[in-house]
Write a protein of this length. Structure first.
Length: 261
């Protein structure tokens, strides 16, 4: 289902940009999508739950469409591109945010959990990134922004599937930046630490003492708090726009100082 919204305000900072944001129904994806829309971008909001992306489209209050899709499915990806181009005429920004987290060691993670993690976090991101390249070439360039993780840089306990998947995203980011820089297609990664979203709330909720775990997580961030989805949005806007025209192949930790410890 596709719903177009009339833009009621714009800012010329991203006025010429047409963006696809995956995992846009909540958390980091929602915050980044709303920030892009506030700066004048036309945004295709992609998520597996139609009601959620429709709600974000209403919040955007501008030129936004809601598309229910699973980015791990090639047929769904084709539909995302068709609907975006039909609505807006092209694509020059892709923000890959859709992701999943299964906790566990290498012994505890099941084969099904491993496959699901890599299908969504890596394969879906690769398939969609590959699919937008012809559209970005046609537009004269573009920006692909991958939401990875600090755990794609440093490992930690009980993330034997998630951390390797985000490490793959980091290296795919660098490889694509090298391969497509001459086409004016930039590829960068944002690496958040522990951000308070539905995904991380579920992880905390399964802990024997959620408040103790929360205090421990805060304690490893020198800035003294956990991240909020909006903490990532400003960097997403920067990477989507022409201000970052010479930034590619970069990995940007936004982590409250986590990696500095």
């Amino acid at each position: 289902m596709l719903q177009a919204r009339k833009r009621i305000s714009m800012n010329p900072r991203l006025e010429s940009k047409i963006a696809i944001v995956t995992g846009a129904g909540s958390g980091i994806g929602r915050a980044c999508a709303l920030a892009l829309a506030r700066e004048g971008a036309r945004v295709a909001l992609v998520g597996r739950r139609q009601d959620r992306v429709e709600g974000v489209a209403r919040e955007a209050g501008g030129a936004a469409i809601a598309i229910a899709a699973d980015v791990s499915q090639p047929g769904d990806i084709e539909g995302v591109l068709e609907q975006t181009v039909q609505a807006f005429g092209g694509i020059n920004v892709l923000l890959n945010n859709a992701g999943i987290l299964h906790a566990g060691t290498a012994e505890q993670i099941t084969e099904a959990q491993w496959d699901e993690t890599f299908n969504i976090n890596v394969r879906g991101l690769w398939l969609l990134s590959r699919a937008v390249l012809p559209h970005m070439r046609k537009a004269g360039g573009g920006s692909i922004i991958n939401v990875a993780s600090v755990l794609g840089i440093n490992g930690t306990r009980n993330r034997a599937a998630y951390a390797p998947s985000k490490g793959a995203v980091v290296l795919l980011t660098k490889c694509m930046a090298v391969d497509h820089g001459h086409e004016n297609i930039r590829v960068n990664a944002i690496c958040p630490s522990f951000v308070e979203t539905d995904l991380t709330a579920a992880i905390l909720g399964r802990a024997p003492d959620p408040e103790a775990v929360r205090r421990e997580r805060i304690g490893v961030h020198p800035i003294g708090r956990l991240g909020q989805p909006e903490d990532l949005a400003g960097l997403a806007v920067y990477l989507a726009g022409d201000e970052s025209a010479w930034a590619t192949g970069a990995v940007f930790p936004v982590d409250g100082g986590y990696l500095a410890v």
